[in-house]
Design a protein around this ligand. Sequence first.
Ligand SMILES: [Zn+2]
Length: 451
Amino acid sequence: MKDVLRYVRDNSDDLIADLQRLIRQPSVSAKNEGIEECALLVSRMLKKSGINSQVLRLNKGVAPVVFGEVMSKKNPKQTLLFYNHYDVQPAEPFDLWDDDPFSGTVRGNRIFGRGSADDKGELITRIKAVEAFLKTTGDVPCNIKFVIEGEEETGSANIERYLKKFKKKFECDAVIWEFGYVDSKDRPVIGLGMKGLLYVELSAREPVRDAHSSLAVIIKNPAWRLIDALKTLRDSSGRILIDGWYDEVEKFSKTDLKLLADEPFDEVAFKKEYGISEFVNSKKGLDVKKALAGDPTCNIAGFLSGYTQQGAKTVLPSSATVKIDFRLVPKMDPKKQFARLQKHLRKNGFSDIGIKLYHGEAASRTDPSDPFVAQVKAAAKASFGSYVINVSNAGTGPMHSFASVLGAPCLSIGSTYIFSRIHSPNEFARIDLLKKTTQCMCHILNNFSHA
Ligand SMILES: [Zn+2]
């Protein structure tokens, strides 16, 4: 391991140069800008590091998945898979950037650019960890696979199809997730899971066109109609009122509760960051962390109806639309929850409310007692000196697709500093963390192979 870690230390300039090359190739999935070019670049970069690579495709119009693979000579029985994405968020608004977002400018300990952290920075640490083993030992501690998709930032619409089609090719014993945060005290956060998501749109219509608001005495207002329906979904404490919504939700285990208690969360700093004085339902302490990791939500993401421009307009709108995201927790099936929502509206006399399903995705959580967790913890300790365990991210990713199709534990750990401004102008990656994380990935491969 000594030589491997030294190789990482001695070749960090090369890591930065390759990350700059990746950043300089725009790959904005939302606009289909540079996707094909970036996939080919990533594939070439894998090969340059000694990793076999193939560009996999589904039908036309679907971004390719870049596959990478190295078989281990001494340990061909175990396989670790790295999941990453080569696409990035749009860089707009450009005028808020200090540099060209696709320049990869280095200033001090920071490399700036769209994708510098999310997710090209994460990807490069993993490629370089594998390269370090190949260059110093001529072998890798276990088989290694890379699945690098190009539609993550638009919702990973096709990753499950890829996983099913190439199930055999992607077969593995454990997965390292695409992102991983380093907290404000420079501790890597080992994430055990992610919440699921059900995204819907509800709509109400009444007159065929907008009407004079004096007619509100005789024409029903669809905005009120929609609000009446919405009020039946959730109470003011945040509890969802749909029949059966919580039927499959399990309580936290003792181990989970202990992990949650140990997880740092700075309530004062968090409230300051968002300019709020209290949390939903006046939650405090452990309840805040339990909610973030394990409470389903019913959130209004947007509400559109009538006149919202400057000044007053007395109008009775013809329609009202709301977009709602429900976060789901393990065991909740998005299809079942959608059916429950439909039934709820019918039962409560809201059959006239239109309902459109955008997206459904189940939650995923790795058992904290899985041996892979201990291996990753030891790697984090060896490279960073400490770590934090996060029972579940409050957000959503296609982790369940990986866990269920490949049947492998999934953990997130990476190099992204918590205030790296991902998805925002002046996104950056910290160079010290890129180096440390590359070494951490080396330890993960090594620990995994010795288990
Ligand atoms: Zn992202």
